[in-house]
Ligand binder design. Structure first.
Ligand code: KG4
Ligand code: ZN
Length: 363
């Protein structure tokens, strides 16, 4: 594959990436799989904040409203037109079906009109490729262990080569980011909950409350729903006298200590399991991606726990963006695999599902 990588650099493939799997409408042009020529993200976070989470119909409508402008802006900022591109890459799944369809249909239209190859990209694979955008300064050597921690996923994936993934484990219930979002809501903090909890935790004591850490020994799976339930009980216990069935007055809660104790529990489980897996599978590096990888406490704990180098994307590439989609698309384009124009979205698309006998190729 080293040969393929140098081909990417030689040929300087330019790929337009499009991302609409959740609540970010994004477009980007990436050259040679690692040079970001433009990276436009229209976030809907403020729109969804009043619902305390992503409202799927609202997300789809908002994608429709802004996607044309986002793509034009990405081309304009890259100083390129369609004739200068080599392929169009778009997130095909996993994600919200109604949101994915907007990006995919637009990408199909662009590919049809321009004659460019179309590539349907797995969103989790794209998160992993956010680390390949730093290839120039931080080359990736296989095998690598990938921890993907986002609002919808918590997965440990062994990446043996470009496009070759073995899924070791995943969350059995809530994703790490989802746990942050739900607990933030419980504590009266805004959506998205991760940054809000991290901020609140700054002045809190991580050992203020004893909270469960589900290690699920013997598996590489995760579980955060018990922790969430423990937080609900704790808030009920700490809250002032309230009528049954009504929430406690949030203003009176020891917010920093609650946030810090919760964050410490999530971070400890993620750091311990990811570093153990990296060691067991003799990974040369631990790649961490997805929205939760922006968390500074997680970054520090992973660096302390892991016996191999840990790599995390810069903050702007942790959360959903299209540069990572374009980067994944560059490597797919080099491998020569395009997708048909009649492909459909895959809202539940898993990455590298194991069949019990080892790694499977991209599914
Ligand atoms: O990758 P992403 O942008 O979207 C999905 O594919 O889900 O991740 C969003 C998630 C949200 O749950 C958000 O609360 C979480 O990432 N997040 C964080 C932080 N920044 C974003 N979680 C913990 N600490 C953060 N600093
Ligand atoms: Zn994501």
């Amino acid at each position: 594959m080293a040969g393929e990588k140098s081909k990417a650099q030689e040929r300087n493939l330019r790929v337009l990436g499009i991302e609409t799997s959740c609540d970010e409408t994004a477009a980007s042009v990436v050259e040679a799989g690692r040079r970001i020529l433009s990276n436009v993200v229209a976030s809907q976070a403020a729109v969804h904040a009043k619902y305390g989470g992503v409202f799927p119909e609202v997300a789809s409508r908002r994608h429709v409203e802004v996607i044309d402008r986002v793509i034009l802006l990405a081309l304009e900022q890259a100083h390129l037109s369609f004739e200068d591109l080599d392929a169009v890459a778009v997130t095909r799944g996993p994600g919200l079906a109604g949101s994915l369809v907007i990006g995919l249909n637009l990408a199909k239209g662009l590919a049809l009109a321009s004659g460019l190859p179309l590539l349907g990209i797995n969103h989790l694979e794209a998160h992993i490729y956010s680390l390949f955008l730093q290839e120039e300064t931080h080359p990736v050597r296989f095998p690598v262990l990938c921890l993907i921690v986002s609002g919808g996923h918590t997965e440990l994936i062994l990446m043996k080569d470009h496009g070759e993934y073995q899924r070791l484990g995943a969350t059995l219930d809530d994703a790490a980011g989802e746990a942050f979002d739900k607990v933030a809501r419980l504590l009266g903090l805004p959506y998205p909950g991760g940054p809000a909890i991290e901020q609140a935790a700054r002045t809190g004591r991580p050992d203020a409350y004893r909270l469960p850490r589900a290690m699920l020994e013997g598996t590489w799976d995760f579980s955060f729903s018990g922790l969430k339930t423990a937080m609900i009980r704790l808030v009920q216990r700490l809250g002032p006298e309230t009528r049954p069935g009504t929430p406690p007055a949030l203003g009176s809660l020891p917010l920093p200590d609650l946030a810090a104790s919760f964050q410490a529990a999530v971070v400890e489980v993620l750091a311990r399991k990811a570093s153990q897996a990296a060691k067991e599978f003799q990974a040369t590096q631990l790649l961490v991606a997805g929205g939760v990888s922006a968390n500074q406490s997680l970054r520090r704990s992973l660096e302390q726990a892991a016996s191999c180098p840990v790599r995390m994307p810069p903050a702007e590439l942790c959360t959903d963006n299209a540069a990572m989609v374009a980067a994944a698309g560059c490597y797919r384009a080099l491998a020569g695999s395009g997708d048909p124009l009649d492909m459909d979205v895959l809202p539940d698309w898993a990455l590298g599902v194991t069949n019990g006998s080892g790694a499977t190729r991209r599914v």
